[in-house]
Ligand binder design. Structure first.
Ligand code: ATP
Ligand code: FE2
Length: 331
């Protein structure tokens, strides 16, 4: 294809309101975002407050994104938005904004799956072909691979995600929030592995709550550095055991980490050793691409559009619960 197609993508599944712009040659024009911050940090995210934030910020963010990209709406060929999965009220704001722009400027529109977008942006930016994905954020920890025309979840945590696990233990140790980055620094202050923590892998799945409760009970009995090092090392070793099995099973030659925990230097160190040993290529995309953002929605919207064309407006509904493996990948 010679003509350059430019796609503007809108992300609004949860905390992040994002607008990204990318073209079919792979050029990134902007990845602008605004973040809803919950004032009370005890309860979970309040969907209607977050939706209100997205509603109030969407027009200003669009202006900001177009200015940053040095483009106008006339230059945009396709509009995409995250239609699934996510918080209903937040999804509605993004979908309505995208529909309004599509009607006003007479552009094709595409609704896409947020989780698949996380995977695809990593591939686009890192020029990876067909990696085994480790998707690890606050609540999610999943091992994912493409099988024919779908992404399949081969293994996952059965209770808490790695990010939340780290945040909980850091809070118990009296460190700030988010605790993941703090523990990740403390990790390198010790190499005294305390071989007393439970390790729980069940087939292709992982259970982290036992590791958390046992580690909590050991606070004050060992040096914090040794405890943190052993705790993180055990958590990552469980993840890598599942990856090892997934690589043998799928025969993938590449491995890619996405989600906020992809920023972890400790994980990078363990994965670098793993990938050398297993002779697989390791990709860790920049953090800005790993966290929720509009660019990944633009990227997936463009891929969908180039392969299937735009959607009918009546089909651009939201689906708060659509799973990764329900999406057909046709490129
Ligand atoms: P979810 O999307 O699963 O609901 P989220 O949006 O909060 O959760 P992300 O923003 O992808 O998730 O990731 C945030 C998590 O990543 C936090 O739990 C944080 O502690 C963890 N994290 C960030 N940096 C590091 C690091 N360097 N080492 C370990 N964990 C980290
Ligand atoms: Fe996400």
């Amino acid at each position: 294809m010679n003509k350059k197609i430019i796609c503007l993508g809108i992300e609004s599944t949860a905390h992040t309101l994002g607008i990204g712009i990318i073209d079919s040659k792979g050029k990134v024009y902007t990845n602008s975002k605004r973040q809803y911050v919950q004032k009370d940090t005890v309860s979970g995210i309040k969907p209607y407050d977050a939706a209100q934030f997205h509603y109030q910020n969407s027009i200003d963010l669009l202006k900001e994104a177009l200015e940053d990209a040095k483009l106008t709406m006339k230059d945009i060929h396709v509009i995409s938005f995250s239609k699934s999965p996510g918080l209903g009220p937040c999804l509605v704001v993004g979908a309505t904004f995208a529909r309004t722009l599509a009607i006003k400027y007479n552009k094709p529109i595409v609704g896409v799956n947020h989780c698949v977008a996380h995977l695809e942006i990593g591939k686009t930016l890192m020029k990876a072909k067909d990696p085994l994905f480790i998707y690890t954020s606050g609540a999610n920890t999943q091992i994912i691979a493409r099988d024919d025309n779908r992404y399949k979840i081969l293994g996952e945590t059965l209770d808490i995600g790695l990010g939340n696990l780290f945040d909980s233990f850091a809070r118990d140790l009296g460190y700030g929030f988010p605790g993941g980055p703090i523990l990740d620094q403390i990790y390198f202050k010790s190499n005294n592995y305390l071989d007393i923590l439970p390790y729980s892998v069940k087939g292709m799945d992982i259970v982290y709550s036992g590791l958390l409760t046992s580690s909590q009970k050991l606070i004050g009995k060992y040096k914090n550095e040794d405890l943190v090092y052993s705790f993180m090392h055990t958590a990552y070793a469980m993840l890598l055991e599942v990856c090892e099995r997934a690589i043998s099973y799928t025969n993938k030659k590449e491995i890619m980490v996405i989600g906020g925990v992809a920023a972890s230097k400790a994980l990078k160190e363990m994965l670098t050793a793993f990938s050398k040993e297993r002779k697989v290529k390791l990709f860790i995309p920049p953090v800005s691409a790993c966290l929720d953002n509009g660019l990944m929605i633009a990227d997936l919207g463009l891929k969908e559009y180039l392969s299937n064309g735009g959607q009918q407006l009546k089909d651009t509904t939201i689906d708060p619960t659509e799973r990764t493996d329900q999406v057909i990948i046709s490129w």
